[in-house]
Design a protein around this ligand. Structure first.
Ligand SMILES: Cc1cc2nc3c(=O)[nH]c(=O)nc-3n(C[C@H](O)[C@H](O)[C@H](O)COP(=O)(O)OP(=O)(O)OC[C@H]3O[C@@H](n4cnc5c(N)ncnc54)[C@H](O)[C@@H]3O)c2cc1C
Length: 492
């Protein structure tokens, strides 16, 4: 018998929309509201540098009535580092980190990638956090060694930098002993920004791998601040040689003028000089002295049955020294590095990475060129990145490559492949607003203040005067905290 009731048919003409609204997991303020406030400090960008400036200002100022605003071009993407996401063992973490369109926005003409989101690239960085040899050993470094030591200590404490992550790991101990018995007496457990504290008194330490979301969260504890996402800084507003605020645009191209006594640009190496250029601020060195790391990336192999059943994880650093203008990072076993993979049975033949990371000179010719005739959707000039290796850079890369082969033989882990990465790739681009005393060769003074404009600061990878061979972020964070202290002193 036919059913007398009509059977409801799905309506395919309507697109599906989730009934679950997006969770705002951090307090947000609208740009309409922010445009009615005059801020004591306005920060653009929330990656390593922006998060560090905010954290330090909030910790030092407490709830003293000063007004702090933050604008971030991206949206809320992830409230933690990708490596903390427990389901990552069922996904290809590296593929997401390097290819997902939300976690890797290409910079045209290069293999460089940005993350435009709250937290910036710290949402996917690998947390390796050594001090930079050049920052404490070079006479040309613009910050006194004693101050670097102080701010390194503050930064390490705030980010939870520890060498304990791989300490005691059986395979790490075996490899370290092999390196120590040869010429690598300085080989050490890799310093990592990893919170390994146990939970106590209800204080939960579950966010192991650091991201600047931790800075943003901790900054809220002593005091509130205003934060707008989807708010892109496009121009610094200046008046008679002084910063007065920022022009900010939304993705639907509404424009707001935010007033501030101090502006801190933390949009990183490509975007920060672009904002300065678009604002008519043109120091001779701004956009120049672009540097990055050169890489000799080796894959080596070993057999599990030659080692203890419980292998542990590998994280070893052979640091840069006066005689060694590169560092070597040894990590693995690949696919098991962070032990998210406890369900996956171990393979017998395992792979690991041995990477030689070379120092690339800071040279005026390596630069970002801005083309005022070609503009993006926000009316900002197109950025063309130009970076080539000098003969000295190639010589360092050659040494790093030899060291990778040598380390592989000392560790008794035969090489499977060894590739040299091209210049316009990698994740450590820096230097385009480098700190220094001379405006001819630097974009900012030794406190991060843009030469000639009071109240305007830069605090991100672009201020690094040199890169050396160490991973840059700890140094950027240390310098950003020092810039925050300078702003506090200047605001008294
Ligand atoms: C896969 C990967 C692994 C890495 N591993 C390490 C590591 O182990 N150790 C290490 O030291 N470093 C590592 N890095 C590098 C590290 O992520 C960067 O050094 C660090 O994040 C740079 O900080 P930053 O503040 O300069 O830039 P970012 O962290 O990129 O932050 C820039 C911020 O500015 C925002 N922004 C951009 N334009 C605007 C605008 N116009 N207005 C407002 N906001 C804007 C962005 O959305 C972002 O929030 C890694 C990077 C990647 C990609």
């Amino acid at each position: 018998m036919p059913n007398p009731l009509p059977v409801p048919q799905p309506d395919h003409s309507k697109t599906f929309s989730s009934p679950v609204s997006k969770l705002e997991w951090i307090p947000l303020t609208s740009l309409e509201k922010m445009s009615q406030t005059e801020y004591d400090v306005l920060i653009a960008g929330t990656g390593a540098g922006g998060g560090a400036v905010l954290w330090r200002l909030c910790q030092q100022w407490g709830n003293n009535g000063k007004k702090i605003g933050v604008v971030e071009a991206g949206d809320l993407l992830l409230p933690t580092n990708l490596m903390n996401v427990q389901t990552m063992n069922h996904l290809d973490y590296l593929d997401i980190a390097y290819n997902d369109p939300q976690f890797a926005i290409p910079i045209p003409g290069t293999k460089l990638r940005q993350v435009i989101a709250l937290g910036g690239r710290t949402l996917k960085w690998s947390v390796v956090s050594p001090r930079m040899y050049a920052a404490v050993a070079s006479r040309d470094w613009p910050v006194p060694e004693r101050e670097m030591e102080l701010y390194y200590s503050i930064a390490e404490q705030a980010m939870g930098v520890t060498d304990y992550y791989t300490k005691g790991s059986p395979i790490n101990e075996i490899f370290l002993n092999r390196l120590w018995s040869s010429e690598y007496a300085e080989a050490m457990n890799e310093p990592m920004a990893a919170d390994l504290e146990p939970t106590k008194y209800g204080e939960i330490h579950s966010n192991v791998f650091f991201s600047s979301i931790a800075f943003l969260a901790q900054a809220l504890n002593p005091r509130p601040y205003d934060l707008a996402v989807l708010a892109r800084a496009v121009r610094v507003i200046t008046e008679r040689g002084r910063a007065r605020g920022l022009q900010v645009m939304t993705p639907d191209k509404r424009s707001f003028e935010l007033k501030a006594k101090n502006v801190v640009l933390c949009a990183s190496t490509i975007e920060t000089p672009r904002i300065l250029y678009h604002s008519g601020i043109r120091g001779r060195a701004i956009g120049h002295y672009l540097t990055n790391h050169s890489y000799a990336i080796g894959k080596a192999t070993f057999n599990h049955k030659d080692y203890p059943y419980v292998l542990g994880t590998i994280g070893i650093l052979i640091p840069e020294t006066g005689e060694r203008p590169f560092q070597v990072q040894i990590g693995g076993p690949n696919g098991y590095r962070f032990y998210h993979d406890t369900q996956t049975p171990f393979k017998e033949q395992l792979e690991m990475n041995i990477a030689g990371v070379g120092n690339v000179e800071s040279r005026f010719e390596n630069q970002i060129l801005f083309n005022p005739n070609v503009r993006n959707e926000y009316g900002m000039p197109e950025a063309q990145v130009q970076l080539t290796y000098s003969d000295a850079d190639l010589a360092v890369l050659g040494l790093a490559e030899e060291a990778v082969k040598h380390v592989s033989s000392i560790l008794q882990t035969p090489m499977v492949s060894l590739n040299l990465q091209e210049a316009l790739a990698g994740d450590h681009e820096s230097g385009t607003c480098r700190m220094g005393r001379d405006p001819d060769t630097s974009g900012t003074n030794p406190y991060g203040q843009v030469h000639g404009i009071s109240g305007l600061y830069v605090a991100d990878n672009s201020v690094l005067p040199f890169l050396g061979a160490a991973n840059p972020t700890l140094t950027t964070v240390a310098l950003a905290m020092r810039t925050a202290d300078y702003i506090i002193r200047s605001s008294m």
